[in-house]
Design a protein around this ligand. Structure first.
Ligand code: NAP
Length: 314
């Protein structure tokens, strides 16, 4: 397994297990299987609603805590300074941990504290750099108090991350964004390399299990793309493994979700799969800027959010 070194000096395993949409009743078994076969990085979030079940699997494992990498994320309704530490403590309690390895601000989008998912534009509060710096400052205190070792951002543009870097005392460690051959995030990867940060890619397999209302008509498939399939055939392997091997080989970390024992194993093996230059060049040619998770659920009548102000045109 490759590791990515963060500004703190901590080393994050390049391939981890995603847990979004990993159903209650399935997720503990998936995490246990994953840990048994060698996964050491688990990607969680309060909003996934399954942290306490993941906690049961973490409590039962023989893997020493210092060998595990556990990430969680601050949900959009807990960004007010007074809500940050309680939200982190809530995730720690659910996961049964004393500290997280990484805590991310989930989105540059703020919801009213009483709202989990917005139903109306009035459920959303406008984003300002000033407010995000206050949120960040609370996270820095949580690092000082050893509740979390590293902090970072998810779904933030390089422009928004730069504003945090200019004003921080604890440097952001990770940018977690959607990354796959159709959305290669070259600007983000270059920015993070310049600033010593790691990029973690979500939806590496195309996130086919998203709720139906988030799936657009005619959206492209990664797993069925003819170039990916032809490279898989050449290596006598699966399309999924090729997508994950590409992600690790280009220096990002990647967090495929699976609750299926066979796919869990295949996905882990992908971290050590080597693709040749021709394979990498062919996959690199597929970049089209296509987002599976484009943030349109934050854009409603009366919402202060637009796709332009979420992504800053990146
Ligand atoms: N920060 C954010 O805003 C954000 C957003 C989205 C996701 N994430 C994180 O990133 C993780 C991964 O993204 P994702 O869950 O959206 O999607 P994904 O990992 O791209 O796709 C997961 C889907 O692919 C299937 N699958 C897994 N391995 C496979 C393989 N080898 N071949 C074919 N199909 C395979 C899974 O089914 P089975 O379970 O049946 O194998 C599941 O339906 C999430 O779980 C979450 O932890 C973060």
């Amino acid at each position: 397994m490759k590791f990515l070194t963060l500004p703190s000096g901590d080393e994050m395993p390049a391939l981890g297990l995603g847990t979004w949409q990993a159903a209650k009743g399935e997720v503990a078994r998936a995490v246990t299987t994953a840990l048994d076969i060698g996964y050491r990085h688990i990607d969680c979030a309060h909003v996934y609603g399954n942290e306490s079940e993941i906690g049961e699997a973490l409590a039962a494992t023989d893997v020493p805590r210092e060998e595990l990498w556990v990430t969680s994320k601050l949900w959009n309704n807990s960004q007010m300074p007074e809500d940050v530490r309680p939200a982190l403590e809530n995730s720690l309690k659910a996961l049964g941990l004393d500290y997280l390895d990484l805590y991310l601000i989930h989105w540059p989008v703020q919801l009213k504290n009483s709202v989990m998912y917005p139903e109306a534009g009035s459920d959303l509060i406008p984003w300002t750099t000033g407010h995000m710096l206050e949120t960040w400052s609370e996270l820095e205190k949580c690092v000082e108090d050893r509740l979390v070792r590293n902090i970072g951002l998810s779904n933030f543009s390089t422009k928004k991350i730069a504003a945090i870097i200019e004003n921080c005392t604890v440097h952001p460690a990770v940018s977690q964004v959607e990354v796959h051959p159709y959305l290669q995030q070259r600007q983000m990867c270059e920015f993070c390399a310049e600033h010593g940060m790691a990029v973690t890619g979500f939806a590496p397999l195309g996130s086919k299990h998203r709720p139906a209302h988030q799936i657009k008509d005619g959206e492209p498939s990664l797993l069925d793309h003819k170039i990916i399939l032809s490279i898989a055939k050449k290596h006598s392997t699966t399309a999924g493994k090729i997508l994950l091997a590409w992600a690790v080989q280009r220096g990002t970390s990647v967090i495929p979700k699976s609750t299926n024992p066979t796919r869990l194993e295949q996905n882990l093996e992908a971290a050590d799969k080597i693709l040749d230059t021709e394979d990498m060049d062919l996959i690199n040619s597929l970049d089209s800027g296509y987002r599976f998770l484009d943030g349109s659920h934050w854009v409603k009548e009366g919402s202060p959010y637009t796709l332009e102000n979420i992504w800053d045109g990146e």
